[in-house]
Each structure stands twice: as structure tokens, then as C-alpha cells.
Design a protein around this ligand. Sequence first.
Ligand code: A2P
Length: 338
Amino acid sequence: MSKTFKVAVVGATGAVGEVMLSILAERNFPVGELVALASERSAGGKVKFGHRDVVVQDLATFDPTGVDIALFSAGGSTSKEYAPKFAAAGAVVIDNSSAFRYDADVPLVVSEVNPDQVKNRPRGIIANPNCSTMQMLVALGPLHRKAKIERINVATYQSVSGAGRSGLEELGRQTAGILNFQQADPQRFQVQIAFNLIPHIDDFLDNGYTKEEMKLVWETRKILGDDSIQVNPTAVRVPVFYGHSEAVNIETRDKLTVAEARKLLENAPGVEVVDEHKAGGYPTPVTHASGRDAVYVGRIREDFSHPRGLNLWVVSDNIRKGAALNAVQIAELVAAEG
Ligand code: A2P
């Protein structure tokens, strides 16, 4: 009989955890036993794993002994407290929070870009990158390998699902309320998100950037293994339910033509090019990305203000490739180690 794994999903009731469960089932991950964990609030409730209902257990009282692989998506503080306990009990932890991403002894892995790093995990923890960095690097990885990217200018358009279930609920509630002439009441987001844009995701740092923006800088350098890459980010929350979009401008050391870039992207794993100069000939969160696995790239064009500049429009489902799918792909790499 082929090997199976005892898999724990921590945060199983959340927006990402729910999709981790469905992707594990869809991709026939060799699950011997599935454990769904969340807070005490959800313990005793049920979540779907394929056609089965699985009873949710309380993370705080769960004994991790015997867990082979644990997928964590329950926020940074939960990961900080519990991931080391699971790793000490022998599990390989794949953590979707930012708790360990910048630790030198924790690999940060995009499965199409630096899969070999999965093996370098002295603490038994592998970090899943931030959703915006993830989709950007699935597209930029092959361009960097060919022409060496020296600088990235990126503006993100990030959907509310990146803020979890409460983000989805807030956009739905505010939209319905405003259409009924009620005042929006911001709770999850800093100001009204319905029919609005918010250039503020995660905390402000001393340098005037937000932490979400700096994740694009720190994580790009770590994943591409190149601290010389300059990244200039602006991260914006937009009233879209699922799917992040990014206007990306790169400056490369070697000239890349549009035709060369398109060819590299067409052959890149995990990428789909949608780039026709007509109505709808470009990816959008609703028409292409939502509920799908690929990173969609369109609007590929030369930056006519720079001799070695290129512009791209990159769209992907932030909950799937940006979080749950990549975590499961990392688990597949771990499982393949035998
Ligand atoms: P719960 O549903 O019991 O609160 P989202 O990102 O969609 O908000 O989901 C967050 C996930 O993390 C949920 O599954 C949530 O469980 C879980 N979670 C949050 N805090 C804790 C905690 N202290 N212990 C265990 N799970 C937690």
C-alpha cells in the first residue's frame, strides 16, 4: 500500500482553511487521517473534506503526536504558539502566517520558483509566502532567471478575502447596507470598503510603508535568493471578493522584448497568459482568477519610459495559489520525499 499521511489543518473553519481542505481532496493528497482544528468557539462543529464531514477539534487541547503534516492558517499569534509544538512532536509544519517567514532557518517557498528550499527546514517549519508576493513571483521567476530583474515597481489591488472570512462578510454587509441607504460601519477594515479603495493593509511601519508593502520587498528577495533586487510597492485593498490583481513594472539587466517575455510566461508552470488587445482580452479577478489555480498574466507591454522596462498585469485567486494551493503543493513536495 502506498504511504499515507496524518494531516492537520489548523484554522480549518477559516476562509483559507476551508479551501485547504477542498484542495487536499481535489488533488487526492494521500491523507490517511484528517484532523480539523480551530479555536474553542468552533470545536464540535463540522467542516467538509471531500464528501465527508469532519468534526472540528479545539487546537488548545489537541495532542499533535502522530501528525505528519500540519497546514497552519489561523493567524500569526496562533502559529507562533502552536507551530513549534507540532514541529517538536514530529510534524512538518507549513505555515501560512507571517510568523516565521523572515527567519533564516525557515524556508519561504513558492512551489514553482524555489521548490528545492523545502528540504532546508531545520526547525521542521516551512513558510508560505504572502499572497501578493506569491502570485507576482510565479510570473516573475522565469523572467528573472532569463534577464535578471533589478527593480520592481508594483501596485496591488487586493481583494477582501485576504482579510479572512470577516473581510468577505464586511464587503457583503456594507454593499447591501449602502444600497439600502444605510451608513457603512467599518469594523474589519479601517474605513468603508464597499465602493471604495483603501491604501492601507496591515500596520504602518516607521518608514511610512505598510507591513503588507514591505512583505513584497522582504519576501521577493528571500525567495529569489537575491538581496540586490529593488522593490517599490504600494498595496491597496479593493472591493473585490476573491482575486488579487497587480500592476507590475520590472527593469531587467538584460533587455527582454515583449515577445520573449510572452514566450517565457507561456511556458512557465502555473502561469496562463491572457493577452489580447480587445475587450475582455485580459485577466480580471471575476472573469478569470476566482476559484481557479493559475496565475493569469496580461497587458504585457514595453515600458516606453525605460530601455529595459516591461509592464505586466498579474491576477490570481489569493485564497488558492496565494495561500491554500501553494501550501498543499509544498505538502506534496514533502510527501514526495518518501
Ligand atoms: P474559529 O473559526 O474557531 O475562530 P479567517 O482568516 O477566515 O478569519 O479564519 C481564521 C481561522 O483561524 C479560523 O479557522 C479560526 O477559528 C482560526 N483561529 C483563530 N484564532 C485561533 C486560535 N486562537 N486557536 C485556534 N484557531 C484559531
